[in-house]
Design a protein around this ligand. Structure first.
Ligand code: 5GP
Ligand code: MG
Ligand code: MG
Length: 184
């Protein structure tokens, strides 16, 4: 596809840059308050969580460490299957660590549910989840999420790290694409 103006593909802005920023302020304050005296290991899930990680972590007052994982859910297109493959594993040893998984979005919950089990089995002292977005109506499995930015409707969103066909991650807000973008 040729380079073009992303704005032309947008149907609607769902969450503005300012709204994201204000919500991250609140989430960071809560995380700081809940983890006084603990050094957190933030685990970002590539690639979608890159923006949330950068903007959430810089708002924390306490010193943290950061690591990254890349996983892929078997299954096609926009649906996740719950069968997860590790594409890039953590560098850090989790023994005794307080881990906070940082995610862009929880849809079915299958990926995070698997990840929670996987990281918990590595001897972490605690494993919690922070996600910018959650689609409560789409959840297929119960996942205990400590920090949620926004609950959103069951629609496919892009921007702020979230892609469609690896595009639109660099939109600074969360938006909906015009239907014809998917049809082309
Ligand atoms: P789950 O396993 O919870 O169904 O899905 C997790 C992954 O599916 C997310 O980390 C994300 O990569 C992708 N995903 C789920 N919903 C959306 C969405 O609305 N937009 C985009 N761009 N990706 C999504
Ligand atoms: Mg993700
Ligand atoms: Mg994606």
């Amino acid at each position: 596809m040729d380079a073009h103006d992303m704005q032309d593909d947008l149907a609607q802005v769902l969450i503005t840059e300012e709204e994201i920023s204000r919500r991250l302020d609140e989430m960071a304050a809560q995380i700081d308050a809940d983890h006084e005296g603990q050094q957190l290991l933030l685990v970002g899930v590539l690639k979608g969580a890159v923006y949330v990680m950068a903007d959430l972590s810089r708002r924390l007052r306490s010193s943290i460490q950061m690591d990254w994982m890349a996983v892929s859910s078997y299954g096609s297109g926009t649906k996740s299957s719950g069968v997860v493959r590790i594409l890039k594993d953590l560098d850090a040893d989790l023994t005794g660590r307080h881990v906070l998984i940082v995610e862009d979005i929880i849809d079915s919950g299958l990926t995070l549910s698997w990840l929670l089990g996987n990281l918990s089995s590595r001897g972490a002292a605690s494993v919690e989840i922070a996600t910018l977005l959650r689609k409560p109506e789409a959840l297929k499995v119960e996942v205990d999420v400590a920090y949620v930015g926004f609950d959103i409707p069951t629609e496919f969103v892009v921007g702020y790290g979230l892609d469609y066909a690896e595009q639109y991650r660099n939109l600074p807000f969360i938006g909906l694409l015009k239907p014809e973008v998917y049809e082309n």
